[in-house]
Design a protein around this ligand. Structure first.
Ligand code: SF4
Ligand code: SF4
Length: 324
């Protein structure tokens, strides 16, 4: 599919009552915005600071209204949205969150109403973690995937479909030169692989070592890293009393906040920044891999970009490997 056909396809989706969100380039800043025509989006090697996570896990989501005579689940509008251009490593994050929330009706409803179109980054100026191999597609959740075929320019795309919805949309548009990829589950047969398995052991071994004390002294507990992280999925439940109703909602939470680990009676399990920052790494590189068979970090570097204390996750990992 060439660039013109792709833009025609996006215009076709918009005309057929899909609300399309994609990357826009605003003076070098990549943002995710609603687009009105097939001309308005950009597919580029840079990822946006804020990922597509908010479309499935909104920062604040109403869940339920309890009133005297009824209990109702909050009904969201059944708007069909298209998320266009998730980089394949953000698809890994999306696949992980989908695993975590596979039984959550709110998440799954949003998923049913969304068409996810992924992309391989245009192969210019890429870092190692961004290198795309087709084999990864069978472990990723998507409806349509665009593999950039040209080097350095957005000229043409090899098209893959990952769902019947994706196939149907392309067929209806009149484009049939695609290859269907069957999703075989999020975890490759080889499992986590040697690097991630080694990391599990190293992080466990590092518990209580001086690196966490040093990082605990630097970290400001601001929680910015968890807000931009596409794989962070923790939330808190909030109940508000409004006249004769109780509104229940869930909001993004951060394990860097003191109250995060507080239980009734006031005890906090993570009562120091040192414990909290160790917990963050332990969750991403030990507990998530052990529970879901995949790492809890896609190496996107967003957390490093926003950290006011200059904590660089890749440098931390390198140091843990070296010192343990
Ligand atoms: S690099 Fe940072 S922001 Fe990106 S997935 Fe890993 S922990 Fe999250
Ligand atoms: S962004 Fe940096 S300073 Fe803020 S909580 Fe995360 S690691 Fe700590």
């Amino acid at each position: 599919m060439n660039d013109k056909q792709l833009r025609g396809f996006v215009s076709y989706l918009i005309k057929n009552k899909h609300t399309v969100f994609s990357h826009t380039d605003e003076e070098g800043k990549i943002k995710i915005k609603k687009i009105d025509t097939g001309k308005d989006f950009t597919l580029c090697p840079k990822r946006p600071l804020y990922s597509f996570k908010k479309f499935f896990l909104p920062p604040c989501q109403k869940m339920m209204v309890l009133s005297d005579d009824e209990t109702t689940l909050n009904r969201n509008p059944n708007e069909k949205i298209v998320l266009l251009g998730l980089h394949f490593y953000d698809l890994k994050a999306f696949t992980l969150i989908n695993q975590v929330y596979r039984k959550d009706p709110h998440f799954q409803k949003k998923l049913r109403n969304a068409i996810v179109i992924g992309q391989s980054p245009i192969p210019a100026e890429l870092e190692d973690y961004q290198k795309f191999e087709k084999e990864v597609l069978e472990h990723l959740k998507f409806d349509i995937f665009l593999e950039a075929k040209s080097h350095g320019k957005q000229e043409s795309f090899r098209i893959f479909t990952g769902s019947e919805d994706g196939q149907r949309l392309l067929d209806d548009f009149g484009y049939r030169d695609y290859e269907n990829i069957e999703y075989v589950g999020p975890v490759p047969k080889k499992g986590l692989g040697p690097i991630n398995s080694m990391l599990i052991e190293k992080i466990k071994k590092s518990c209580g070592s001086k690196i966490w004390k040093e990082l605990g002294e630097k970290c400001t507990d601001c929680g910015k890293c968890t807000i931009v992280c596409p794989t962070c999925f923790c939330f808190k439940i909030k109940d508000e009393i409004k006249k004769d109703e109780i509104l229940r909602s869930r909001e993004w939470d951060s394990c860097f906040y003191e109250e995060f680990s507080e239980i009734s009676g006031g005890h906090k399990f993570l009562d120091t920044t040192e414990k909290r920052i160790y917990n963050y790494y332990d969750h991403k590189f030990v507990r998530i891999p052990e529970e879901y068979g995949m790492p809890g970090c896609i190496s996107c570097g967003r957390c490093t970009e926003v950290c006011p204390a200059g904590i660089d996750i890749r440098a931390v990992i390198k140091r843990i490997i070296k010192e343990n």
